[in-house]
Design a binder for this molecule. Structure first.
Ligand SMILES: [Zn+2]
Length: 414
């Protein structure tokens, strides 16, 4: 039985048909549709000689034991955001299932190294606002105190939602044992951005996931009457924030491949007849290189001080969230390049702006790499998310080659 990428496409369509509606995919983690999705996935694996179980954090594992205990992991997530796309997360898992079928056939049920598929629980964080739940529990990096307090819109806490599906929140980090023999982690994903589309390339090797620095920057000035206050007497918090916006984008441009976003801006008192007393902006800065990210942050801080001084206002900073860059394994990136080169004429390497479960396996010290396939419209988390079928076929083929190369790599490293 050779690899059959057409079957992967057919299975993804089958999944879309029973887990989506006119607004898109509805496989939100821990909901009945998600539970149904898991059962369907198990059914797809039933004809293979694999051991399956759900770990302490709700991640689902299928294991094809090999000559060696050292394991190649292929990961993805069957959960989606509400009104999500048909490929985000599940393409990875279903490509993995197809590769498992091929390996099982080729090696008569006993590949040189153990091969495992993992469907991470609640990658999207759609319900509790916390992404990478299952994989961060498994990597040991989940902040238990923070996660314990998370609530959904109905006021249900994460521990209670987990209890309802048989998971004990206090024990989720026990899932870490799953990584004991992990020798490599591979993840295929739609790009979710326009980079490959703009280059007219179907596939790319991913260098790592961006580090993120997320801050609220607040300028404090003085409210004053908009008619009676001469321009030279104002302490205008908005003006400083406005200068800061333009400079932030300049800082990102100077950084090379960094990006930044000012995602919100609120003013007080926020009325048409008053100079702004307080202006709070949120600044999200990302870069693949830790030093470059630190430099972006330093420059932003200095700029804010400068504009505050110029405008006779004060500035305060508050960190909202931070994660360090997770550069992927250099040797696996080479293998990913090689697999792509054998499949399509042109290579491309790119960083990932979005976080993925791969960031967690990488953070846990498992050699990790991802492969991206082009996204049409450069759009995801939307029902219009799509990828050309010919590209889907190519990505399953290339990812399969990457799996073979990685098995050889793991076997040789014993
Ligand atoms: Zn995803």
């Amino acid at each position: 039985m050779p690899l059959n990428p057409q079957r992967t496409i057919a299975e993804l369509k089958e999944l879309r048909a029973f887990t989506g509606d006119e607004n898109g995919a509805q496989r939100v983690a821990f909901t009945p549709v998600w539970v149904k999705t898991r059962a369907w996935l198990k059914g797809k694996l039933a004809s293979l000689p694999v051991e399956t179980h759900t770990d302490a954090a709700g991640n689902f594992w299928a294991t094809l034991p090999g000559e060696s205990d050292r394991a190649l992991l292929i990961g993805g997530h069957m959960d989606s955001v509400p009104n999500g796309g048909w490929l985000d997360g599940c393409l990875n898992v279903m490509a993995g299932v197809e590769i498992l079928r091929r390996l099982n056939e080729q090696y008569k049920g006993r590949p040189p190294v153990t091969v495992r598929i993992v469907d991470w629980a609640d990658e999207e964080g759609a319900r509790f606002g916390k992404s990478l739940f299952g994989s961060s529990a498994c990597s040991g990096k989940l902040d238990m105190a923070e996660a314990r307090g998370l609530k959904d819109k109905q006021g249900i806490t994460l521990p209670d939602a987990l209890k309802a599906i048989g998971i004990d929140f206090e024990k989720v980090k026990d899932s870490g044992v799953e990584l004991k023999n992990a020798a490599a982690y591979l993840e295929l994903h739609i790009e979710q951005g326009p980079v490959l589309l703009d280059l007219d390339l179907p596939l790319g090797a991913v260098l790592g996931t961006f580090g993120v620095e997320r801050h609220a920057v607040t300028f404090h000035g003085q409210a004053a009457h908009s008619g009676s206050t001469p321009m030279n007497r104002r302490k205008d918090a908005f003006l400083a924030a406005a200068k800061m916006s333009a400079e932030s984008y300049e800082i990102a441009r100077r950084s090379g491949n960094g990006v930044c976003t000012i995602g919100s801006c609120t003013t007080k008192p926020g009325i048409v007849t008053s100079v702004v007393e307080e202006c709070r902006i949120t600044l999200d800065q990302r870069h693949l290189d830790a030093k470059a990210l630190a430099q972006m942050l330093k420059e932003a801080r200095e700029a804010s001080e400068r504009f505050a001084k110029e405008g006779n206002v004060r500035v305060t900073w508050e960190r909202i969230w931070q994660i360090e860059p997770r550069p992927f394994d250099p040797e696996l990136i080479e293998l990913c390049d090689a697999a792509i080169k054998e499949t399509v004429p042109k290579l491309h390497r790119l960083p990932s702006g979005p976080l993925h479960d791969a960031a967690e396996t990488c953070g846990a010290g498992v050699p990790t790499v991802m492969m991206f396939v082009q996204s049409l419209h450069g759009i995801s988390h939307n029902k219009i998310e799509d990828t050309k079928e010919e590209h889907l076929e190519l990505c399953v083929k290339a990812f399969d080659k990457l799996a073979s190369k990685t098995i050889a790599w793991v076997a040789a490293r014993r």
